[in-house]
Design a protein. Structure first.
Length: 358
């Protein structure tokens, strides 16, 4: 009985993490019953078998309770309304943006944002976006590449045990099937350098990988999460500056082609050099590729950050992420035509057409 009182809260914590991370078939009702029964068992042991075991069991239950509470919804306070206008842009008539889905990670809404349901299974998009521009095509991130299994093996066991993925066609193969020579890409524009955003870089040899200086430094010192990025030959990493002025409330910007069609702004927090890529389409729509500022759109629409455990594992500066969420939410409220595309939300990518095969 005393051993069960100590083990029960640990089982609750493990089950909660597994359900949130992998969308497993562990019955949620069983988790709820266990979460209620564990503290009752601890109280019984405390009353019948003394303070040491009972107190330890109660302390464990309190810690697990705090963990579970961190999954509950807690909207961030709204930022001040954004009062500016959309910056001018003259996108060329031939500009187009396509989605290149390369696979999914099986997760849940609870993994992505506070208040998300443990039973709300989500297939996190692993995708690239192709921007066709007359002055040179760009790929935003790469999604899963051909050598995914070897790359996953570089990850620590604690990551692999909570990751359940399915791969599809790598971006390089989709480009080839559409009759587009991948070697003619002007560059791969990374929202950040985590493994799932650079997995396909090796399939596109010779294409420059565009990163700001802060992310270039992070690649070298980011530990296991940038292990795949460190396999990119240093000569391929092309560092750009934010030489432009303020853009939509962000203090600096980088206008890739000088026409306002593709503008990159710094959005540090998830990583030191994370960026948001704004794209102006010829039909007047505006896109915001926000990378991993949030994992699902509810992070913006509901102003919900990641649960504590995911923040600890994924975000280097949680306060900066919160500020970014609040600001992008204010932009989305000001400009309904702005389509916000988190890197792992299939609903955002659904606004983009697939790249037609040849």
């Amino acid at each position: 009985m005393r051993g069960a009182a100590l083990v029960a809260p640990l089982v609750v914590a493990f089950a909660a993490i597994q359900i949130a991370s992998r969308g497993t078939a562990i019955p949620i009702r069983a988790l709820q019953l266990l979460a209620l029964g564990a503290p009752a068992l601890a109280g019984y042991v405390f009353a019948r078998h003394g303070r040491w075991f009972g107190g330890g069991a109660l302390a464990l239950n309190a810690a697990v309770g705090a963990l579970l509470l961190s999954f509950c919804g807690a909207p961030l306070p709204p930022a001040a309304p954004y009062v500016g206008d959309l910056p001018p842009a003259t996108p060329p008539p031939g500009l187009a943006v396509y989605q290149l889905p390369t696979g999914v990670n099986h997760r849940t809404a609870a993994f992505a944002y506070r208040g998300g349901g443990f039973g709300d299974r989500r297939d996190f998009a692993m995708a690239a976006a192709l921007i066709v521009h007359p002055r040179g095509d760009l790929l935003i991130d790469t999604g899963f590449g051909r050598d995914l299994a070897r790359q996953i093996a570089l990850m620590p066991w604690r990551f692999r045990v909570v990751t359940d993925y399915a791969r599809s066609t790598p971006a390089a193969d989709q480009l080839a099937a559409a009759g587009r020579d991948p070697a003619r890409l002007a560059g791969i524009l990374l929202t950040h350098a985590h493994w799932d955003h650079v997995s396909g870089v090796a399939d596109l040899p010779g294409v420059p990988v565009l990163v700001p200086a802060a992310e270039r430094a992070f690649i070298d010192g980011g530990g296991w999460i940038t292990a795949v990025a460190r396999t990119i030959p240093p000569a391929r990493l092309a560092v750009y500056d934010f030489e432009g002025g303020p853009y939509l409330g962000f203090p600096r910007s980088h206008d890739v082609y000088g026409d306002g069609a593709i503008v990159v702004v710094p959005a540090p927090g998830h990583t030191p050099g994370s960026v948001i890529v704004f794209v102006a389409l010829p039909d007047g729509r505006r896109l915001a590729f926000v990378g991993d500022l949030v994992w699902q759109r509810e992070g913006i629409t509901l102003r919900q950050e990641r649960p504590w455990l995911m923040r600890r594992a994924a975000d280097l500066d949680a306060a900066a992420v919160r500020a970014g969420i609040r600001h992008v939410a204010a932009l989305a409220a000001r400009f309904p035509e702005l389509i916000v595309i988190p890197a792992h939300d299939q609903r955002g990518f659904a606004a983009l057409p697939r790249l037609p095969a040849r």
